[in-house]
Design a protein around this ligand. Structure first.
Ligand code: PMT
Length: 314
């Protein structure tokens, strides 16, 4: 496996990296002065390009539902939110209005002289609260959006965000819900141009991506409340793998989930306990989202952690 430092020495940052770094710095400095709590929510999958001039890439299933919904609930709890998401995955607020749904909510009238567009009366009740929350979050500058595409983009942004979050110490929460690829083609092993089918089926050798949770938890943000997610498809492995991760990286919490049941059941695993959070069928039918109790629980645990740290300092 590439060592995490070698990764940064051998991979160029994305072209918009410096712009994003400035945005992160400005956002964090402002909220740190205000003594706000802050959360970094990572969301969506990462791509693994197979060519420098990328035509083909390896991807994964993540739609960004967990991250985008959670970002909204953290805003409800007065956290400043850095929403770090995969381009074209779901985003807070707009996630409620995907595809034709949005156009179906609108009416268009043309009287020959002018054209007007209005929200249909029966859609106002759905649209208004979402729009109000979006406006509130944007106008109060409580949310910053930064996006990535490839696994390398993600790793560069993650480190830059952590450099800015370190100053918050215990007030920072990291909520690492992105499905980050474990395998990739290093830049120096990638062909420049589109792989040609005329040359036969290619053999593509993937290397292990360094687990950035290691430097993140021990070096970059050692005082932050770091929560990672663990996704498995085999229930028998889930809790053991979550515990292994906790002992290996020494962070605060792992939220374990199974691919097929992730929208209504997760297991919180901390060094001292484990417990389940789930939605009943009735709750799911009523439109409740599991991210609401997940975030409420984490906010409580984060408060205990902050209070514990300040007691220890006295
Ligand atoms: O987006 P949705 O469709 O709503 O799905 C949500 C989800 C299933 C993606 C989410 O709930 C989830 O489980 N996210 C983490 C999935 C995952 O990548 O698990 P993992 O076992 O590969 O990684 C575990 C942790 O290590 C992750 O928090 C990740 O941030 C971290 N990691 C992973 C790879 C890597 N190279 N470095 C890392 O630090």
């Amino acid at each position: 496996m590439t060592h995490w430092e070698d990764f940064y020495n051998t991979h160029l940052p994305p072209t918009d990296f410096e712009d994003n770094r400035s945005l992160l710095k400005e956002f964090c400095e402002r909220h740190n002065k205000l003594q706000n709590r802050i959360v970094l929510v990572t969301s969506g999958g990462t791509t693994v390009p197979l060519e420098h001039n990328t035509v083909r890439f390896v991807d994964n299933f993540s739609a960004g539902t967990r991250g985008s919904a959670s970002a909204e609930y953290f805003l409800d709890h007065d956290y400043a939110v850095i929403f770090m998401y995969r381009v074209k995955s779901l985003e807070p607020f707009t996630r409620h209005l995907t595809g034709q749904q949005f156009f179906d909510m609108l009416d268009i009238t043309d009287n020959g002289q002018s054209t007007s567009i209005t929200v249909k009366p029966d859609s106002v009740d759905v649209f208004a609260p979402i729009l109000a929350k979006y406006k509130q979050a944007r106008e109060s500058q409580m949310i910053l959006y930064v996006n990535f595409n490839t696994v390398a983009d993600y790793l560069w942004l993650l480190r830059a965000a952590c450099e800015c979050l370190a100053a918050f110490e215990e007030r920072a929460l990291l909520y690492l819900a992105a499905a980050v690829s474990d395998f990739y083609v290093p830049q120096d092993m990638m062909p420049t141009h589109k792989i040609q089918s005329g040359q036969g089926a290619p053999t593509i050798s993937l290397q292990l991506v360094p687990k950035m949770l290691a430097p993140l938890a021990s070096l970059w943000v050692p005082h932050a409340f770091v929560v990672s997610f663990k996704l498995e498809t085999d229930e028998n492995l889930l809790i053991t793998k979550a515990r292994d991760s906790l002992f290996k990286y020494n962070h605060k919490m792992v939220i374990a989930n199974i691919l097929q049941t992730r929208k209504h059941r997760v297991v919180f695993v901390s060094p001292t306990m484990s417990y389940e959070v789930h939605l009943s069928r009735e709750q799911a039918l009523q439109g409740l989202e599991i991210e609401e109790p997940i975030v409420a629980d984490l906010v409580k645990r984060h408060s205990e952690y902050i209070n514990g740290a300040s007691t220890n300092r006295q």
